[in-house]
Design a protein around this ligand. Structure first.
Ligand code: AMP
Ligand code: MG
Length: 315
């Protein structure tokens, strides 16, 4: 659809009702969902066909909206003021009070935020009145979409609406900079050059690959949320002192605590509830969380990937 005022208003309405909207940014096209709506965010992962939950960038209209989600240090603020709107994504600690689905940051205590510099994206964010979580609008493993036609051929019917704003300007993704450690750390080089960032903050930025490590997949990071409790997967039975994370038609019976990710067996609903459920059961003090089988089709693959990682032995 043409990205005119009428269609942008319609797109904002769709975002608020939980649908997915593809929209142009100055980098690439994004597949957007209401960041406050877990099921909408789960649909983004399902549409992309990602086998894992990679954290998504939250797009905001400006600094005021960002301050309601993330904790901005003086450096973070200076960078936002210097480069927003623009292709710089800042990873900052997520506020306890942030009204953003846990699925957006894949259970991490941090959140990636940016204010895009594209008239269509800006208008959409303003009218939607909420942060929009959006990865690049392409299927997992395919190249990022820089034209509406690419989005249509790659994601077809998953986006309820594609706002066609013509080819995107950079075609290069945003620079992702983490401000949660002692020194700013670049997680992904992108459209904003590092020396421009260094000039603003007056210090050197650490490169993620300085020590040869590749941080492009934060799902692998040790800081990634892992429950203290042990997880026992594909459980069919459990003891009274275990907590139970169930899926589908399961009667938990006697156990320490239980949560059903989706009693009706809906994988989108299960994905939306996953991280909050793990946290709650972890807090129940049970030594072990017994997890009943979750199907591996569709977004079930990403759910199982996360559960397997949470279950993996740790040191
Ligand atoms: P894309 O999904 O293509 O827009 O890419 C988003 C990028 O931001 C990926 O490289 C993610 O790993 C990164 N990212 C998003 N949120 C976080 C976070 N909380 N911590 C670290 N990296 C993040
Ligand atoms: Mg991408």
């Amino acid at each position: 659809m043409p990205a005119n005022a009428e269609w942008i208003a319609e797109a904002a309405h769709m975002i608020r009702s939980g649908a997915l909207v593809a929209f142009p940014t100055e980098t690439v096209y994004g597949l957007g969902a209401d960041a406050t709506n877990g099921e909408a965010v789960a649909r983004v992962f399902a549409a992309k066909g990602r086998p894992t939950f990679n954290p998504l960038i939250v797009h905001v209209a400006g600094i005021e909206q960002a301050l309601m989600i993330g904790s901005f240090s003086a450096t973070a603020r200076r960078l936002a003021e210097a480069f927003w709107p623009g292709p710089l994504t800042l990873v900052v600690p997520k506020l306890e009070t942030a009204n953003v689905s846990d699925l957006v940051s894949a259970g991490l205590p941090t959140i990636a935020i940016r204010a895009p510099d594209h008239p269509v994206a800006r208008e959409l964010l303003k009218e939607a009145h909420r942060p929009i979580a959006a990865p690049s609008a392409n299927r997992s493993g395919h190249i990022s979409a820089t034209r509406a036609e690419h989005v249509a051929s790659d994601l077809g019917d998953s986006a309820t609406l594609i706002l066609n704003g013509g080819p995107t300007a950079h075609g290069l993704e945003s620079t992702v900079l983490s401000l949660v450690g002692a020194r700013p750390l670049v997680l992904r080089p992108g459209a904003v050059p590092l020396d421009a960032i260094e000039q603003v903050i007056g210090e050197k930025i650490a490169r993620a690959n300085e020590s040869g490590t590749h941080l492009s997949s934060p799902g692998q990071l040790r800081s990634h949320y892992a429950p203290r409790s042990k997880l026992r997967l594909n459980a069919k039975t459990w003891t009274p002192d275990e907590a139970v994370l169930a899926f589908g038609n399961v009667a938990p019976g006697t156990c320490r605590a239980s949560i059903n990710l989706s009693p009706s067996g809906d994988l989108i609903e299960a994905a939306a509830n996953l991280f909050a459920a793990l946290r709650t059961l972890d807090a129940s003090g049970a030594g072990t969380i017994a997890v009943t089988p979750v199907p591996t089709n569709g977004i079930g693959e990403a759910i199982n990937d996360r559960l397997e990682r949470a279950a993996a032995p740790r040191d």
